[in-house]
Design a protein around this ligand. Structure first.
Ligand SMILES: Cc1cc2nc3c(=O)[nH]c(=O)nc-3n(C[C@H](O)[C@H](O)[C@H](O)COP(=O)(O)OP(=O)(O)OC[C@H]3O[C@@H](n4cnc5c(N)ncnc54)[C@H](O)[C@@H]3O)c2cc1C
Length: 442
């Protein structure tokens, strides 16, 4: 007993004398940085305002009733429980005092020797924050719940209305019109899934409405969907969306959103459900440390991902403006550096890289060279058995791309149980074409 107490107090003493690394954000960047610092001679504190790590690429499946919240998320505390040098703290960071080297939370401060900012992004309503009340965006689990409830409720209300003899067709049609603003990966995923949901999962559940008559409208200001993909893949994705019954409106700006619907290119489109998947804005981390940011608010970092004039602070993932060389899967280095895209892979690789830099600094060894991105390509899913894949060396679409998408997403899901349950749910949904999570909150 006394021995155990002695060991515990000596562990505590060691923890107090080690350099303190504070990571803000337990998303892809922060979590992978923390994991890579497991066992290092540092004391790590990972702070997040949510107590879970969320696998965002599958969030649209939670928003459309295919998966449940706990299948695409995991408690940070339990994910990191085996790393003795890592503490997890639930709390919202409100600022950073770079002079005193403390992170400010609502109740108290946390001191650091090294700070990693990995706070991600929030949706940008381009100066129309009032639209967020009507047109929710998909960032968190509660957003997914809210969107799922909104969609299911629209079908329920349409059914109720249609049962009345005096019902006006226009009111029913408005309830059965679903508008998505923004045709990046999230908008495309959501549009395709809503189309399949109405044409398959809900098709036979209503007696007064035909769920298959639901209109799914996808608006995009750019001339094509998936604007960051090669044109051929954008065109294929659009064709598949149209095949699923989605009406795609490219080169069209949505200029107003209210309770009655939207105005696009000067035309009013009545719709009870509008979902926002248009631009993103970095978290306020750049303001906390008073550093230079780009026009999206991302912190401009050095080639080792540290913040200019603050070698002890690093910014990674969506909240950082990282310009770096990349290598493809054959190891060939790009001629020009490129701006890292706002997807999971750069965040993961940057998290691991920064952990290596910190380990070297603490050990007094030579730090790694500038951050270089291993570019594995991009994948976007368009419905339940179709995806587009840009693997840089190879571009293709259809079921083979979907298969790669599925394998990659299962591989990166955190936890064996989640992987297993998601596989089972996908299998069931594929065979039965049904959605499991259909219960409306009270
Ligand atoms: C709906 C959706 C679908 C996506 N699909 C894909 C996809 O298919 N493939 C892909 O590669 N990428 C996808 N992305 C993008 C990908 O999720 C992000 O690029 C990635 O999550 C960035 O990682 P990050 O660590 O920078 O930030 P995040 O993963 O966003 O993590 C940020 C963390 O910081 C925490 N945080 C923020 N502010 C504070 C604060 N003040 N105090 C404490 N904690 C805070 C948040 O709670 C969060 O846990 C998708 C994004 C969304 C929203």
């Amino acid at each position: 007993m006394i021995e155990a107490e002695k060991t515990h107090s000596s562990e505590k003493q060691t923890a107090l004398t080690r350099p303190r690394v504070v990571i803000i954000g337990g998303g892809f960047g922060g979590l992978y940085a923390a994991r890579a610092l497991g066992g290092a001679s540092v004391s790590v504190t990972l702070i997040d305002k949510r107590n879970y790590h969320l696998f965002r690429p599958l969030l649209y499946q939670a928003a459309t009733g295919l998966l449940s919240a706990d299948e695409i998320s995991g408690p940070l505390r339990s994910i990191l429980s085996r790393q003795n040098n890592i503490d997890v703290l639930l709390g919202e960071v409100t600022g950073v005092d770079t002079q005193k080297r403390v992170v400010r939370l609502e109740q108290h401060d946390v001191s650091y020797d090294f700070l990693i900012l990995a706070t991600g992004v929030q949706y940008n309503y381009f100066g129309h924050d009032e639209w967020s009340r009507i047109a929710p965006s998909l960032v968190s689990l509660s957003d997914a719940d809210r969107i799922r409830a909104k969609v299911l409720l629209a079908f329920e209300q349409a059914e109720e209305l249609a049962a009345l003899e005096s019902a006006r067709t226009t009111s029913i049609q408005k309830l059965l019109t679903f508008v998505l603003v923004g045709a990046g990966t999230v908008g495309v995923e959501m549009a395709a899934t809503l189309a399949e949901m109405s044409r398959m999962a809900l098709a036979h559940d209503f007696h007064h409405i035909d769920a298959r008559s639901a209109q799914i409208l996808l608006y995009e200001t750019a001339p094509r969907v998936l604007p960051s993909y090669p044109e051929t893949l954008s065109a294929r994705a659009q064709r598949h969306l149209e095949h699923l019954g989605v009406k795609v409106c490219t080169s069209t700006s949505v200029t107003s959103i209210d309770a009655d619907g939207i105005i696009a290119n000067g035309q009013r489109v009545p719709a009870a459900t509008v979902l926002w998947s248009a631009g993103v804005l970095a978290s306020p981390a750049g303001r906390w440390i008073n550093s230079a940011t780009d026009k999206s608010g991302r912190i401009i970092v050095n080639s080792d991902l540290s913040v200019p004039d603050h070698p002890e602070i690093f910014a990674i993932g969506d909240t950082a403006h990282v310009v770096a060389h990349s290598r493809n899967l054959l190891g060939i280095k790009s001629k020009e550096p490129m701006l890292m895209p706002g997807v999971a892979q750069p965040a993961i690789q940057e998290g691991r890289y920064v952990a290596r830099v910190i380990r070297c600094r603490v050990a007094g060894t030579k730090p790694p060279g500038p951050f270089c991105y291993l570019d594995k390509g991009d994948l976007a899913i368009v419905g339940r058995a179709y995806a587009v894949a840009d693997l840089r060396l190879l571009r293709f679409s259809g079921f083979p791309a979907w298969l790669i998408w599925a394998v990659v997403h299962i591989y990166f899901l955190i936890g064996f149980a989640n992987r297993f349950f998601v596989l089972v749910q996908w299998g069931l949904a594929f065979l039965t074409k049904r959605r499991r999570v259909r219960v409306l909150p009270e």
